[in-house]
Design a protein. Structure first.
Lengths: 164, 164
DNA sequence: CAGTATCCAAGCAGATACTG
DNA sequence: CAGTATCTGCTTGGATACTG
């Protein structure tokens, strides 16, 4: 079984420093990181959103999500299950049937996430504008640099003796 | 210049389907994804948190964050700048001085993120417990499987004629 | 100081094949 | 059906060296 997530905490534990600004950054963040990593990965969010409406079977999720490979869906579900956000119920029938549903904690997480979604919806235009502006500036600079370069080259060539 | 983030949207655009559950999942998420990816990556969160208190110079950030390589810090800052969350001010002095600070939009994002941080702080115990429980169950199953295997092996060996 | 450029290793994620 | 196992390419991120 491939894994990860066990040793990947980085620096946690109590740092004796708490010097400057980094109070919650170091302390809280090492916890927050893991949750965020869970929340933010490509599929978790989709799964949580889907399961918020009703419990679903493995294949229903697979079909609903579209781009996901069964490997990734399995991994995602295992992680969510491990974190206590999703519960997994195996019905011992033939063929086997497995239902996934949000735990109460999973539901509260989903409503918290909604705040971020709302923020995003409210600001997506501003962000798109910012990006467009940034890219425009970058392109302009790029072009300017190329003009400069051409200039320098032309000057250098003119300064050299014509070689045959 | 290495990049990414430009072509990485996956399927966006209007899907004519809106069949089932996946209304906001497909539509909103393809926008939300990019923001979340920004918010969730290893360093962005730290940078935003640090800059929320006061504007900082490149090296101040570098020192404050500790584990970050200058390459990653630069990338992170460029991304945040492109999204209009952080502003970059170059003072044409010698040696050069560059200040980074949160834009108004960056500030609102930070307060939104706080909700997630709060959620995490409130639930981190529950999550830790869930993980411990999960790992315990997994370990137990693992062990059981190994006992079974040993059993089967012993039986198989007993059933075979003693060779030599 | 504040970067950019290049190289390289590790981990993530997809495709495929197999199983209870 | 609901997975696990394996192989592999590609992206991500760190280390290092160089520049305006």
């Amino acid at each position: 079984m491939e894994d990860g997530t066990f040793e990947s905490l980085g620096y946690c534990g109590d740092t004796g420093i708490d010097d400057d600004v980094l109070q919650w950054d170091q302390r809280a963040d090492c916890e927050v990181r893991q949750i965020l990593d869970r929340v933010a990965d490509k599929w978790s969010l989709l799964v949580i959103a889907l399961l918020d409406k009703r419990s679903l079977r493995f294949t229903e999720l697979r079909r609903a999500i579209d781009g996901v490979s069964q490997r990734m869906l399995t991994r995602t579900l295992r992680h969510l299950e491990r974190d206590g956000l999703v519960s997994r119920t195996v019905h011992p029938t033939v063929p086997p049937r497995v239902d996934y549903e949000l735990t109460p904690m999973g539901v509260t997480l989903h409503s918290t996430i909604r705040a971020l979604v709302v923020w995003t919806e409210e600001h997506q235009n501003a962000i798109a504008a910012a990006r467009a502006a940034y890219d425009r500036r970058a392109a302009a600079e790029q072009e300017a640099a190329e003009r400069d370069e051409a200039q320098r080259l032309a000057v250098a060539r003119a300064a050299l003796p014509i070689r045959s």
